[in-house]
Design a protein around this ligand. Structure first.
Ligand code: PSU
Ligand code: MN
Length: 305
């Protein structure tokens, strides 16, 4: 019976959802493990502020003492950003987190899963996990979660640290529709281009809403992936990162860093090697994606004519 309370919406989120007002889910792994302090807390607050200013309600999602919380208050956001021992919770961890009362940050996979169960239709993030480079078949649990969770996920593609071609193929095999928001190519996180195709280009929130409504009407139980390029002024071209990436990958191998620690490790090495340029790009794309996601959530909340 205890677990019947999961997910637990904040009163503000619960009343917005009951009134069918637009709500945008935000993830917490990027806060706890993806960005350094103090930029992580600043960014978490800024993303919430952007969603409010644009006209929707933000719902940052995290796990606190085993409760799957949808809509953190300011103190809870600070806790996730600043306390030690916040776990990175992916799909396999969900029952453990609930039963053993973990404090945890949610990835794209678990944020989507929880948001969908709370009744939220739009989720903004930075980059999705994907197929890692190298001989080991390390595939993020984000991918199968996207293949089984009907929600709009607004992101900037997948990070250059991943095998982008293999990730793109995976999305196609599992039938996840990939939209380019104002772009014809799949964005590559820090970079605006990857050379890989999207399934369709759209240029307005209304077009995304139309596609997601069609998906819902058809009973398609998969995410709609809306990919938005990093704003031009903050872009870090892929070629300039390749050397740093190769050395970070070697370092990870030498130090036997893998599993859930690999993504945060590679991200921090890239930020270091680029003298903060990747960090600036990361924050800029997160802010932009929160803006676009809010506009989509508002287009979706307009009653169908
Ligand atoms: N992209 C970022 N920063 C992040 C992540 C992705 O720029 O912190 C996080 C997301 O939460 C994503 C997770 O769901 O990394 C993927 O981790 P893994 O490859 O271990 O599944
Ligand atoms: Mn992995």
């Amino acid at each position: 019976m205890l677990y019947m309370q999961n997910p637990k919406c904040s009163p503000e989120v619960a009343s917005a959802l009951a009134a069918q007002r637009p709500v945008v889910a935000l993830e917490s792994t990027v806060i706890a493990h993806g960005l350094p302090r103090p930029q992580n807390l600043e960014t978490a607050r800024r993303l919430e502020q952007i969603v409010r200013e644009q006209g929707a309600l933000p719902a940052t999602i995290a796990i606190l003492e085993g409760g799957f919380c949808v809509g953190l208050n300011d103190e809870q956001v600070r806790f996730v950003a600043e306390s030690e021992g916040i776990k990175k919770v992916s799909m396999r961890d969900l029952p453990l987190a609930a039963a053993q009362k973990w404090n945890g940050a949610t990835t794209v996979a678990t944020t989507s899963w929880i948001a969908k169960r709370a009744g939220i239709k739009v989720f903004a993030t930075g980059g999705i996990g994907g197929v890692h480079r190298g001989p080991l078949a390390d595939i993020s649990a984000d991918l199968p979660a996207l293949a089984t969770t009907p929600i709009v996920v607004v992101c900037s593609g997948a990070k250059i640290v991943l095998d982008l071609l293999a990730t793109r193929e995976w999305l196609e095999t599992y039938g996840i529709t990939v939209i380019g928001y104002g772009c014809d190519e799949l964005p590559a996180f820090y970079s605006r281009r990857s050379g890989l195709p999207v399934d369709a280009r759209v240029d307005s929130p209304a077009e995304v809403a139309q596609i997601f409504r069609a998906q819902e009407a058809l009973g398609i139980e998969r995410a709609l992936l809306v990919t938005v390029p990093v704003p031009e002024a903050s872009e870090v071209p892929a070629a300039s990162l390749e050397r740093a990436l190769q050395s970070a990958l070697r370092e990870a191998e030498d130090q036997q860093i893998g599993g859930r620690d690999l993504t945060p490790f590679l991200l921090s090495r890239m930020a270091h090697a680029s003298a903060g340029a990747t960090l600036k790009a990361n924050v800029a794309l997160l802010e932009n994606n929160a803006r676009v996601a809010t506009q989509i959530s508002m287009a979706l909340s307009i009653a169908e004519i």
